[in-house]
Design a protein. Structure first.
Length: 158
C-alpha cells in the first residue's frame, strides 16, 4: 500500500465525516452517559476553525485520493508556576483509521508521523487519552513506547 500523509484541507470535510462518526460512535457506545448520538459530531464550522488555528493540526492518511485515516492534534503550552515546570506538549485528540484499512499499519504510520511532527516542534511529550476498553488502540500506543502517565477515575452518583 502506498500511504501518504498530509495536512487536511477545507475540501476534505465531507470525506472525513465517516471517520469523525466512527470515533464518535465508539465514544457513544462506550459512554452514552457522556456522549450524545449525533450524525454530524464535528460540524463544518468547527472543522474549519481547527484548520486555521495555528496550534491545531489535522493530518490525513491517503491512498491515492482516498482518505483512509486521520489524526487530530493540538499544541499546548504549560506555564511554569510554583507547582509545575514549564513544558510544551502535543496532545492527540483523536486517531481514526477507516474500518476497511484497519490492522494494515495505517494507524502506526499516523502515530509515527505525529511523533516525528512533535519532534520538529520540539515538544517535551506527546499525550493522549485512551479508553480502558479500547485494547487495540492501547496496543498501538504502547508499541511506540507510550506509557500510562495517569488515570482519570470516577465514581458515578447517578
Amino acid at each position: 500500500m502506498d500511504i501518504s500523509i498530509r495536512n487536511a484541507h477545507q475540501d476534505d470535510y465531507e470525506s472525513l465525516l465517516p471517520l469523525f462518526r466512527q470515533v464518535h460512535d465508539l465514544h457513544v457506545f462506550e459512554r452514552p452517559d457522556l456522549y450524545k448520538e449525533n450524525s454530524t459530531p464535528v460540524g463544518k464550522e468547527f472543522f474549519l476553525s481547527q484548520l486555521i488555528d495555528p496550534k491545531q493540526h489535522i493530518f490525513v492518511a491517503t491512498i491515492g485520493l482516498e482518505i483512509i485515516g486521520l489524526v487530530v492534534t493540538k499544541e499546548e503550552d504549560i506555564t511554569e508556576n510554583s507547582f509545575v515546570n514549564a513544558r510544551k506538549l502535543l496532545y492527540e485528540n483523536s486517531l481514526c483509521v477507516s474500518e476497511t484499512y484497519r490492522n494494515k499499519g495505517v494507524g502506526k504510520r499516523l502515530m509515527q508521523y505525529v511523533i516525528d511532527f512533535g519532534g520538529s516542534l520540539k515538544v517535551n511529550s506527546i499525550e493522549l487519552g485512551v479508553s480502558e476498553n479500547n485494547a487495540s488502540a492501547y496496543s498501538v500506543y504502547t508499541s511506540f513506547g507510550m506509557t500510562t502517565k495517569c488515570r482519570i477515575m470516577e465514581f458515578r452518583l447517578n
